[in-house]
Design a protein around this ligand. Structure first.
Ligand code: NAI
Length: 518
């Protein structure tokens, strides 16, 4: 096969007239293909086709399509009554039930019908493409074409290659997806592919923090929204449905031979067992329809000036951020350089406010001999802006050795700096730092293991799940040394497999010249 788009204007079949199948039909039709739609359920394909044409007509009413587009789509769409009707197709995309045996049987049936150069694509989100292709005479023509829901709106397509997939087939599907207006990313068939794998820690870290009673769902959501995520993990899990989210986590965990890094959460299983599935059941972490329980404390506003003098030590970007926010706050402060290798810190009287490096506040208080010690989370996205609008949440904590007066003063200072300080218990890596470090770690392992490249990981996470930045963009911002320090601290604290550092990241810390305190 050549780089030319083999499929241009040739018939495409979609099997499965569910939410994904119909979305794929819409995209293929509007790209100009004749499309056959088939579903095993009597009447399902015809009903879905009618509904789709009505949707396209509505889009034309709103001016998003032309009447000619709709007329052309109507002329190009046909409902197949048997698989034999698909014999002229250049490409068949299956979006049927997520069951390996059923998908394998369908592929075998298709192989007996379609021509030799017809590509067989699967929209599976969790099954191995290698396994789907097993037993076929020509397994090289089977490839994953993993769309995201809703298909017409989500730009990402993961093009998944199994062991047998011919590279030319994957390349042709990659090109086709781009022609259809999508951003295609190559992935190796491994559990969760790219997005469903790298995204696991986004949920897992919050579920772990909830299990440790570190903070409420509302606080955790607010802190991650403060880092630029459109939704926090709890509200997102409520939207996806805890049954679905738990099933994906479980399937990735089992597929990885029960690697503890992917271990599902008791908190979530309890919710699934109790039928607290999220929005669809009226209750998850929040109550619906009004999402009750989402409010957090922490009025923005100018607090009384702290009684203690403020001295900012540091010369790095974090010190500059604190200086800019201190200047905007109107609080008087002095700025001094740190000794070589010294870390950025804000002295509040005899106490100290520091950026988390992954260790607990109590541990750092003990190591430094300063009991009055507070830590704040990694400012990321909106929380990292020098401007204090919008005011966003930022997690912080205080050592158990600290006096209540110092804790109150530290909170006042954080508020004056323009954040909504959210106190969490003294957990390692607070909220955003541990979540981002773990997302980066997972992405690094995906690249280390040849699942995707770094650019593919960033594109997949920003387009497939709307992350505000890709993991490698965060890594470029925070550096390998700081990221690995957070992971090592988590690993040392919890002792287990979950926080082991990706070999790729570890090697990078040795190779980079970034100073240890970056
Ligand atoms: P769905 O349940 O809405 O639709 C599946 C359709 O396939 C049904 O209409 C069913 O009658 C039909 N079907 C089942 N077995 C069949 C067979 N042997 N031959 C022909 N038709 C058959 O499912 P949905 O959500 O559209 O998912 C379809 C596929 O897409 C699954 O593999 C799923 O993992 C994958 N996927 C789903 C996403 C989602 O958000 N729902 C996202 C990405 C992938």
């Amino acid at each position: 096969m050549t780089k030319l788009n083999l499929f241009r204007n040739r018939p495409v079949a979609v099997i499965g007239a569910g939410v994904m199948g119909v979305g794929i039909v819409q995209v293929a039709l509007l790209a100009g293909h004749p499309v056959h739609l088939f579903d095993v359920r009597e009447g399902a394909a015809a009903a879905a086709a009618e509904q789709l044409l009505a949707t396209l007509a509505r889009l034309a009413d709103k001016g998003k399509l032309t009447p000619e587009d709709v007329a052309a789509a109507r002329g190009q769409l046909s409902v197949a009554t048997t698989l034999a009707d698909l014999r002229d197709c250049a490409l068949v995309i299956e979006a049927i039930v997520e069951n390996l045996g059923v998908k394998q049987a369908l592929m075998r049936d298709l192989e007996a019908i379609v021509s030799q150069d017809c590509v067989l694509a699967s929209n599976t989100s969790s099954l191995s493409i290698t396994a789907v292709a097993r037993g076929l005479e020509a397994p090289g023509r089977v490839v994953g074409m993993h769309f995201f829901n809703p298909v017409p709106l989500m730009r990402l397509v993961e093009v998944v290659s199994g062991l047998a997939t011919e590279p030319a087939v994957a390349d042709a599907i990659h090109l086709l997806a781009q022609d259809w207006g999508k951003t295609a990313v190559h992935a190796k068939s491994t559990p969760g592919f790219i997005v469903n794998r790298i995204a696991r820690p986004f949920y897992a870290e919050t579920l772990a923090l909830l299990q440790e009673q570190a903070a409420t769902p509302a606080v955790l959501d607010a802190c991650l929204r403060g880092a630029g995520f459109r939704m926090g993990p709890c509200e997102l899990m409520d939207l996806i449905g805890h049954d679905t989210n738990f099933a994906v986590t479980q399937s990735v965990y089992e597929a990885n031979f029960f690697d503890k890094r992917y271990q599902p959460s008791l908190v979530q299983r309890e919710m699934v067992d109790g039928g607290l599935l999220g929005r669809k059941s009226g209750r998850g972490f929040y109550r619906y329809p009004e999402a009750a329980g989402k409010t957090i404390d922490g009025d923005a506003g100018t607090p009384p000036p702290p009684a203690a003098p403020l001295v900012l030590h540091g010369d790095d970007a974090m010190a500059d951020l604190l200086a800019a926010r201190l200047a905007a706050s109107g609080l008087g402060f002095t700025r001094e350089s740190t000794a070589a290798g010294g870390e950025t810190r804000l002295r509040i009287g005899d106490g100290v406010l520091l950026l988390t490096d992954g260790r607990c506040a109590a541990e750092r208080a003990q190591a430094s001999g300063t009991g009055d010690l507070a830590l704040f989370d990694w400012p990321v996205g909106p929380a990292a802006a020098a401007s204090t609008t919008p005011v966003v949440a930022l997690a912080w904590t205080v050592a158990s050795q600290a006096s209540p007066e110092f804790a109150a003063r530290a909170a006042d200072v954080l508020r004056a700096l323009g954040w909504l300080p959210q106190r969490v218990t003294d957990v390692p890596g607070l909220v955003v730092a541990r979540t981002i470090a773990m997302l980066v770690n997972e992405a690094s392992d995906a690249v280390e293991q040849g699942v995707c490249d770094a650019a593919g990981a960033d594109a997949a996470m920003t387009l497939g799940v709307n992350y505000p930045a890709g993991p490698f963009a965060w890594l470029a911002q925070w550096g390998e040394a700081a990221t690995v320090r957070v992971l090592d601290a988590l690993d040392a604290f919890y002792r287990g497999e979950r926080y082991r550092v990706s070999p790729r990241l570890r090697r990078a810390t040795w190779a980079s010249n970034s100073p240890a305190t970056r």
